[in-house]
Design a protein. Structure first.
Length: 437
């Protein structure tokens, strides 16, 4: 027969496993409501079981602790721990600190209630107790950096930027304000076939440096006291989705536009680039062939036809995959064409527009890590297009609408990240507008 302490240990392990599973279900793209409701019922029973067993232990004096000591559940040695990485760890840390603040509970108590025994979550949540940021070096820096390293990976599906960075030249500012990338501007290496005893031709290569300066992008996601009191998996899913969606929207809006670089942002890919042509008429396979020939011709002329990515709206991707082919009218006729390229679809790409770029000439640089901060004291201008100073120095004028996080019992999560991109040479971005398919 098992001892009472063993029963408590088993019950706690079972509860932890069910909570981990619930977090997975709530974070899925397609919610299985029946499974979530059933698991919620099972968790409620498991919680009652653990509570009853611990009460029994306390009554008979088997688990007596010093008065006031926090009851922190420890995961038994060797018991498998749910693998949580990247942005999910960051979101857990944010949630723990928010619930701790609003509920007035110590962080250890919240961790015990929400993620019992999960050491990685505890490290992220407690990486810096002073200002609520996990960007400060310290005893937890190693696991914090591991979590941040996967932040861009989590953006896949929300932004085209991570996919382009993976295929291009990915660099890091590494604490520096600028990064320089050498590129060839003219000349060649010379050489050729050489007769015995004859000198080898010597060429001359002219190079130039392409310089990128760190640009700061930021996202603020507020959540209220009422949201913090809801079940943890629900908060996780909402905060995670808000951070990724807002970050993706900011990156793609700047990356795919034609705006020039300034002190705040990098230039859009289409800045200074004229359209190669307008879309070919007809809306059938002939239009697809003509559009791609026109789009890719400048790369062939520049001897740069390798490693090409084409960005399009999902509407064009769907039309391409379902378009009847020539002759027999079968689907999938465009597959050989698509295999020559990398196709990236994004709802933030303008419908009817194709953008092609040579990945080998697309350079990006990011900072060491995103910085996440939490505040209940901030006052912000609730504006998603042109935010202003709360009160300007001239006029003065006052921003509207303004929200005080303190007055409205709201917590704001702010993410800051240094990021920039640049094409190493001109002519390596081409685009076509108003396609008819």
């Amino acid at each position: 027969m098992k001892t009472l302490s063993q029963r408590i240990e088993d019950a706690q392990n079972d509860l932890t496993a069910k909570r981990d599973k619930l977090a997975e279900l709530n974070g899925a793209d397609d919610l299985d409501l029946d499974a979530i409701e059933a698991l919620n019922d099972q968790i409620e029973i498991s919680e009652r079981t653990v509570k009853a067993l611990k009460a029994s232990e306390s009554k008979i004096g088997l688990g007596a602790m010093a008065p006031g000591a926090p009851a922190v559940a420890r995961r038994p040695l060797g018991y498998p721990q749910k693998d949580v990485k990247g942005v999910d760890l960051i979101v857990r840390g944010i949630v723990v600190r928010g619930v701790s603040h609003f509920a007035g509970k110590p962080i250890d108590k919240v961790l015990d209630e929400r993620y019992p025994g999960h050491e990685a979550t505890a490290i992220i949540a407690k990486a810096d107790q002073t200002v609520g940021t996990t960007g400060v070096a310290g005893w937890a820096s190693e696991i914090v950096q591991t979590g941040y390293a996967e932040f861009l990976q989590a953006l896949i599906g929300y932004s085209v930027y991570p996919a382009l960075r993976d295929r291009g030249i990915g660099l890091s500012f590494d604490g520096q304000g600028t990064v320089s990338i050498p590129s060839r501007t003219a000349g060649g290496a010379g050489g050729g076939f050489v007769a015995e005893g004859s000198p080898i031709r010597v060429g001359r290569i002219t190079t130039a440096a392409t310089t990128m300066t760190a640009k700061k992008m930021g996202v603020i996601v507020p959540f209220t006291r009422e949201l913090a009191k809801r079940s943890t998996p629900a908060i996780e899913a909402l905060v995670r989705q808000a951070i990724l969606e807002d970050t993706g929207a900011i990156l793609d809006a700047a990356l795919l536009d034609a705006t020039a670089a300034d002190t705040a942002r990098p230039a859009g890919l289409l800045n200074g680039v004229s359209a190669a042509a307008s879309g070919y008429g007809g809306g059938d396979f002939a239009a697809v062939v003509a559009d791609f020939k026109t789009l890719l011709a400048p790369f062939y002329t520049a001897n740069a036809a390798d490693n090409i990515t084409v960005i399009m709206n999902p509407a064009q991707g769907l039309a391409l995959s379902m378009m009847p082919g020539p002759g027999d009218g079968r689907f999938g006729w465009a597959e050989p064409l698509m295999n020559r390229l990398t196709i990236i679809e994004s709802t933030r790409a303008t419908s009817g527009r194709l953008i092609a770029l040579r990945n080998s000439d697309f350079a990006t640089a990011i900072g060491d890590a995103p910085e996440f901060d939490i505040s209940e004291q901030a006052t912000v201008h609730m504006e998603d297009t042109t935010p202003l100073e709360i009160v300007s120095g001239t006029g003065p004028t006052t921003a509207d609408p303004v929200r005080s996080f303190f007055q409205t019992a709201t917590i704001g999560v702010r993410m800051l990240m240094d990021v920039s991109w640049k094409m190493r040479r001109t002519g390596m971005v081409q685009w076509i507008d108003t396609t008819t398919w």
